[in-house]
Write a protein that binds this ligand. Sequence first.
Ligand SMILES: CC(C)(COP(=O)(O)OP(=O)(O)OC[C@H]1O[C@@H](n2cnc3c(N)ncnc32)[C@H](O)[C@@H]1OP(=O)(O)O)[C@@H](O)C(=O)NCCC(=O)NCCS
Length: 238
Amino acid sequence: MPSKLGITTDDIVLSRAEEGDLASLADGYYTAFAFLFDREEPEELRPTPEVRIARFIQRIKPWLGMPNTRLVKATVKGHPERVIGHAGWLEPDFDRIFNLWRRDAVEEYGWAEQQNWTQEQVDEIWSSVNLESWQKMIVKNDRVRKRVMGDEKHWYLAPLWVLEEYQGIGIGSMLLRDITSIADAEDPPTAVYLEARDIARPVYVHHGFEAIPPGEGDDVAMVRRGPLTKEWKSRQLA
Ligand SMILES: CC(C)(COP(=O)(O)OP(=O)(O)OC[C@H]1O[C@@H](n2cnc3c(N)ncnc32)[C@H](O)[C@@H]1OP(=O)(O)O)[C@@H](O)C(=O)NCCC(=O)NCCS
């Protein structure tokens, strides 16, 4: 089915995000997760839109150099300059549960040295963010993932988005299948883990993810272990 813009998945290209995509990615994050970033970067801390984007770019830039990560972008053929969908993956060989979104990832992964940042620059890059609330959310997600996955190897998705005007035509599915097809090709299939928003759950269930019960999964965790089966489907419908 074509989008409002007359585009179908045949017009979409998936490839790895690069440094030149960071501004477009940052823009996409702020658009797709406006509710989240408006909460976590409250008005009293919020600079001009240009500075806000520039700081966000700095915060995500070190990810590009991280081994065993896969930052996938969706673009429209002939328009490589605009990221219209994105999936950020940590591969099964990523060696620890320590989210790249965390403020303390800077120290954990040695980004200040790599990027030649002074402490003042690090503080400036993060100065738009309500650090207490942000860290609480992400650290909790790490704790839940550790509890659910333990030492089991898994792909980790954080996050997935498609710009609104391109939604509903299969780009989210393209971005998911890009990796679930790799995970399923292993014997046994590799697990895939994500933290889901309520509104996105049906999409993930459709792709074979199962919600981890509250308590253990804290209402966010979903795991997929192998392709959809008839038994799995009937369990979901039961
Ligand atoms: C969630 C999101 C990424 C989905 O992207 P999308 O491009 O609109 O999704 P698609 O059009 O590929 O649809 C996904 C699949 O789920 C299916 N689906 C969609 N809604 C469904 C529903 N309510 N019940 C069951 N299946 C559903 C679609 O049929 C499609 O499957 P198919 O490819 O086999 O036909 C997109 O809505 C988004 O970016 N939302 C804002 C950001 C966000 O919330 N991200 C998720 C964070 S956890």
